[in-house]
Structure formats: C-alpha cells, structure tokens
Design a protein around this ligand. Structure first.
Ligand SMILES: Nc1nc2c(ncn2[C@@H]2O[C@H](COP(=O)(O)OP(=O)(O)OP(=O)(O)O)[C@@H](O)[C@H]2O)c(=O)[nH]1
Ligand SMILES: [Mg+2]
Length: 298
C-alpha cells in the first residue's frame, strides 16, 4: 500500500452547489437555523460557509451522534459553542435523546417575537426553522425525532435527502429539512479524514483501505485499549508488531492484517482481504462498535 501523505478529499459535486443556492433562497424566510454537527468532530463537521450565509440569524447547535462520542469531550465542545453565544444541545437523534430541550430552546429564542406578535394581534404565525448540516450527520433523523413522525427518509450513507422538505410540529413550528452540503475546499488533510471516517463523503470516491489505515493509526495512538478489546488483540501481539525494527507504516499495515485475520477476512491461500478488512474497520467505527470515540479534541 502506498500511503498518500497529501490526501485531500475535496468533494463538492454540482448538486451540492445547487442545494446551497436553494438554502440561500430559503434562509430569507426562516427565523432560526438549527446546525447539526457530529459530536465526534464538531469543528471539522461545521460547514464554514454557513456562518456567512446565515449572518445574524438565530442559531441553535446540536451535537448529534453523541452516543458515539466520548462524553467528557462532548461536554467540552458544548461549553466551547455556548461560550460563542450559541445555545448548544447534546443529542442522539436516532433514539430522541435531549430533543425536548430543543423545543424549549426554540420557544425561548422566539419569545420576544411571539409576544410582539400577540400585541400586534398576529396569532397563529408559525416559527420557521431550517435544519442545516453536512451529509449523513443526522438532519433528517433529528427532524423525525422532534416531529415524532417518520416523514423524512434516513439512511446510513451520505446524500439521502435530495430535496428540501417542510414538516409541521405541534405549536406552529415549521421545520425545513435540507440536503447535506459540504464546501469546495477542506481546510486540511485531517479534516478530510474525519469526514471520511464518519461517513460524510461517499465511500465510492474513497480509497477505503487508505482511510482505514489512517483511522487505525489514530485509534492506536489515542484509543489503544478500545482497539485491542474490539479485535481481541493481546499486548503480546501488539508488542510483536511494534517492537520490530520496521517503519511505522509497515507496523500499521501488519496491525490491519492482524485485524483482518481475527475477523476472518481471509482469501484463498490465507491472504488477508484488505478491502474487506478496511470495510469492517470503517463500519465498526461508524456504528460505535469500537467504543465512544472523539476524533477532534478541544
Ligand atoms: N448513532 C447515531 N446514529 C444516528 C444519529 N442520528 C442519525 N443517525 C444515523 O445516521 C445516519 C444518517 O442519518 P440521516 O438522518 O439520514 O442524515 P442526514 O443528515 O439527513 O443525511 P443526508 O440527507 O444524506 O444529508 C442514519 O443511519 C441514522 O440512523 C445519532 O444521534 N446517533
Ligand atoms: Mg437527510
């Protein structure tokens, strides 16, 4: 395997540029933006375009997929965004954890406008909210959860929502689901990798082995115990690999081979199926099977 140090997976197809234009248009009529971030990499999953686009609009941040992240780190991120002035809620949209807090926050953000409307005799005017975020971060799941309806199609790959769609909640709140949008240039290789690990970029355009390689390197350096536990790798097996007088790259390749062997990703002749092993590692990470992992720390 040739490890490409200059990896940079910019992924900004035409449909995203189109979706962004639609978002710009619809922003004119919304009162609040809910920005969904991935709790495992909150900064890396924050579209830098959004800040410019929404300008002075009220914004609530959701640290979603918190069930997959390291709780202590997620709390630090919550504090970080709150210090920037944004109401920030830690959530799990898959099973609806802390979603009620979002409704409370929406109402408190809109209270003065609602009171003004009452004074002016305007009743029944709905609060319009746009839900924004990168692909696969859980926007549609969040809307299903908060609306207690299963209106939005969800799926464990990016690009599920193709078009905007409104849904009405109790209490005159209208929520707008939007397609996941990235931006033309990621800030760094590390950011590209986080977005690849978390399933934001279509696997079809990735070299999955290369992505899995970097993920294993990260997990070995940061979550070694969880990694060993998941793949039943003993200290002795780790020592065998890492005490050799070989390059770091060779060691990590051997570690991946060992994982492939442990998980039965073996082809005829006993050769390890690298592609299958890479898929196993990425799937395990994305489904939280390795444990609660935060990629990006504050
Ligand atoms: N573990 C976990 N999974 C979640 C959570 N929220 C969403 N998911 C899963 O993440 C995947 C993507 O969810 P979607 O709601 O389709 O994401 P989206 O942001 O609408 O994606 P696009 O429409 O493709 O932009 C699905 O497999 C969901 O079940 C969460 O809080 N925790
Ligand atoms: Mg969606």
């Amino acid at each position: 395997m040739q490890k490409n140090e200059s990896i940079n997976l910019n992924y900004y197809p035409g449909h995203m540029a189109k979706a962004k234009n639609q978002i710009i248009e619809d922003l004119k009529i919304v009162d609040i933006v809910i920005e969904i971030l991935d709790a495992r990499c909150p900064k890396a999953s924050q579209n830098p375009d959004i800040e410019n686009l929404i300008q002075k609009k009220k914004k609530i941040i959701i640290l979603n997929k918190s069930d997959l992240a390291d709780e202590i780190e997620t709390r630090k991120w919550q504090k970080y965004f709150r210090n920037q002035g944004f109401p920030t809620i830690i959530a799990n949209s898959k099973i609806g954890i802390n979603i009620k807090d979002v409704i409370i926050t929406i109402k408190s953000l809109m209270q003065s406008e609602l009171d003004k409307n009452i004074k002016k005799g305007i009743i029944g005017k709905s609060i319009r909210i746009m839900v924004l975020g990168i692909p696969n971060v859980g926007k549609s799941s969040f809307i299903n959860s908060i609306s207690k309806k299963n209106t939005m199609k969800v799926g464990n790959k990016p690009g599920i929502t193709k078009q905007k769609q409104w849904v009405r909640l109790e209490g005159n709140i209208d929520l707008l689901d939007t397609p996941g949008v990235l931006w033309p240039k990621f800030s760094s290789k590390v950011q590209s990798l986080y977005l690849a690990y978390t399933g934001t970029i279509k696997d079809e355009i990735l070299d999955e082995y290369e992505i899995a390689y970097f993920l294993i390197e990260f997990l070995y350096n940061n979550y070694k115990i969880l990694l060993q536990k998941r793949y039943k790798i003993t200290d002795e097996e780790v020592d065998n690999i890492f005490s050799q007088n070989t390059q770091a790259e060779t060691k990590f390749i051997e570690l991946i081979e060992l994982i492939g062997k442990k998980r039965g990703a073996v082809m005829s002749g006993g050769i390890i199926d690298q592609t299958k092993t890479a898929k196993i590692i990425l799937d395990d990470f994305r489904n939280g099977k390795i444990g609660n992992i935060t990629l990006e720390k504050i």
